[in-house]
Design a protein around this ligand. Structure first.
Ligand SMILES: [Zn+2]
Length: 623
């Protein structure tokens, strides 16, 4: 997933809400399987295939389904699944005989363990159940919250541990399975999954899916809506609502080129097609790397193809994350650090080194700010190998995993040379395909196959991975494309308040504007007014620029009516956490917490559960 972390997460450091001793005991036992966030005990019984038969009911906001699990050989005594607010109706074996099952006490973060007794030689069992209308993975979007405002929309977000809220599963990134599904929806709507997908609706509203490559549960995904398909290349295309599909095809025209660049770097794409779906604006992340079908926010439709690095990021996950998967959420940096590194390499291959360095440079600046925040509040969370025991793994979604991880890998590249690093990475992806990887195993592969003892010392591998903060040998991306932008920002901060000429700013992409605004974070109200008069930021439709602009303004004690109105409109329409958290935080900093709460109470119903959870804490509001 891309860039959705919580700024200053340390302030919000969450502890699992524990309900009763029984839940606590069950959580303690989780560590037995090596994954701190799953009740399943794969050493006892492990799944290998899912047949999912489901019907989507928009009126009741529930999915009624039967999950038939095939177990790997050697299952003994009982199998344990993770569930969260599922209403389990029955569990039967292959011949229809009921199996004895029990649910543990409910934990607010981890849900319930579903333990099923296994008579000898049981290899297959079927669980019939209904999801809860408040299932955390499922976002039931009303027609008015979609672009075309006619039909409702449903999408899932399973990462990190929300798959269990819509399918009983062994919800651990270390456990893989193949799946087939049959999904029934309103015939006016199209259903899509992280699998082989239809390209148009059929009259019955029944769709069949097949994912023949084994995936972990966090990559289970479903979207249902009034959706249309448009190809972009022979193996790539976009799905979106009718009024968005052409815009999306234009914006992501380079998908095929990116796919080819990625294959040239690290080997064949293993998943068949690579398509992308544009979701409603409530989607809490930038993108989610669901295999074969990236889920993406509409806020990257900038109109000028300037936010395409998100596609490079999600595509890169087809290798780092989806093919070689972090063993537990404590190893999350293996998924995201590698993906940011790979993303920059794709961007470099397609758009040139100076462009990718510009992006890396923005990431670098963001990382420095976030490291500072963490070092003041919660330095432990700046370790690449993070300890998330007892916590929601969503707490690990920070710039540390992404950008500290990237900086470490870039340092390895710079130390050993790109040629050697590429050979290592290509073989790393192919020899560990469809397997899990933990930090320790990765480090031993690195030592065995790439770096010498001398190089290891030069890099300071242990300090990078297990130490806090940012080591002093962190690489600094080349920001030369920003020299003129920085000079323009400085000139404007001078007494004379000189603004850059139109001739200069005409050439600027979203990235130059973001850099310009980031250098003006201390501008006073008078300067903010001058800027708006000249560049009309309050009227901008570019979500990145709007978010940056709102932040600068809302941190002030005095906020203009126009900015306040824009803030409300933006926060009610968009649910991407990357924008929500800093915007609400700026309101708090500026002393506008009551106004922030007022807007939040209007907007909250339209946000996905992962965004609501973060903001409930930030604004100290009870659901
Ligand atoms: Zn990612």
């Amino acid at each position: 997933m891309r860039k959705a972390w919580i700024f200053g997460m340390a302030v919000l450091a969450a502890t699992a809400c524990k309900q009763g001793q029984e839940a606590e005991k069950a959580i303690e036992e989780m560590s037995i399987s090596g994954d701190l966030h799953s009740y399943s005990k794969p050493e006892q019984a492990k799944v290998q295939h899912l047949d999912w038969n489901a019907e989507v009911d928009f009126d009741a906001k529930v999915i009624r389904a039967m999950a038939t699990w095939t177990l790997a050989e050697g299952a003994k005594e009982q199998v344990i699944f993770d569930t969260h607010d599922l209403n389990i109706e029955s569990v039967v074996d292959e011949t229809g005989n009921p199996l004895v099952f029990e649910l543990s006490a409910r934990d607010e973060t981890f849900g319930q363990a579903l333990s099923i007794q296994l008579p000898e030689n049981t290899r297959k069992l079927s669980i019939t159940y209904t999801t809860s209308p408040t299932a955390k993975a499922l976002q039931w979007t009303a027609p008015e919250q979609t672009e075309d405002k006619v039909h409702p929309f449903l999408y899932t977000q399973s990462q990190a541990i929300l798959a269990r809220t819509w399918i009983p599963c062994q919800d651990s990134p270390g456990i893989r399975f193949t799946y087939k599904a049959e999904v029934k929806v309103d015939p006016a709507l199209l259903a899509l999954m992280s699998a082989s997908n239809p390209q148009s609706t059929n009259s019955e509203g029944i769709y069949l899916f097949d994912m023949p490559q084994p995936i972990p549960s966090y990559l289970l995904a479903l979207a249902v809506g009034d959706l249309y398909f448009k190809p972009v290349g022979p193996k790539t295309g976009v799905y979106a609502e009718a009024s968005v599909v052409d815009t999306a095809a234009y914006e992501f025209a380079d998908m095929q080129k990116m796919l080819e660049a990625a294959e040239a770097l690290y080997g064949e794409y293993q998943w068949g097609r690579y398509d992308l779906i544009v979701l409603p604006p409530s989607f809490p992340f930038g993108g989610m790397e669901n295999p074969r079908l990236t889920f993406a926010t509409p806020t990257i439709l900038a109109g000028d193809r300037s936010l395409g690095s998100l596609v490079a990021h999600e595509l890169a996950h087809s290798w780092s994350g989806n093919l070689v998967t972090n063993a537990t959420w404590n190893d999350f940096w293996l998924n995201e650090g590698f993906t940011v590194y790979f993303e920059h390499r794709i961007m470099e291959a397609v758009y040139g080194r100076d462009y990718s360095e510009m992006l890396a440079s923005l990431g670098h600046e963001g990382l420095l700010v976030e490291i500072d925040d963490f070092m003041a509040e919660n330095p432990e969370d700046t370790r690449l190998k993070i300890d998330l025991a007892g916590r929601n793994p969503d707490d690990g979604v920070t710039a540390i995993a992404y950008d500290k991880g990237y900086h470490f890998l870039r340092l390895v590249e710079e130390t050993v040379g790109r040629e050697r690093f590429d050979v290592f990475l290509k073989s790393y992806f192919s020899s560990n395909a469809f397997q899990v990887m933990d930090t320790e195993r990765f480090l031993s592969l690195l030592r065995e196959n790439l770096i010498s003892t001398e190089e290891e010392q030069k890099i300071g591998v242990e300090e990078w991975v297990y130490g806090t903060g940012l080591p002093s040998n962190a690489p600094v991306p080349d920001a030369s494309r920003f020299v003129a932008v920085d000079a323009a920002a400085l000139a404007f901060l001078e007494e004379t308040k000189v603004l850059p000429a139109a001739k200069q700013t005409e050439q600027w992409s979203t990235h130059e504007w973001l850099r310009f605004l980031s250098k003006l974070s201390d501008a006073d109200v008078e300067r903010l007014q001058l800027l708006d008069k000249q560049f009309a930021f309050t009227q901008s439709n570019n979500s990145e620029i709007v978010a940056a602009w709102l932040g600068m303004n809302l941190r002030q004690t005095a906020v203009s009516e126009a900015v306040d109105k824009k803030a409300e409109e933006f926060l009610v329409r968009v649910g991407r956490r990357k924008f929500l958290t800093p915007t609400y935080k700026s309101m708090i900093e500026g002393g506008h917490i009551e106004r922030a709460r007022e807007i939040y109470s209007k907007a909250r119903g339209g946000y996905h559960a992962v965004a609501r959870e973060t903001l409930d804490k930030l604004l100290e509001m009870e659901s």
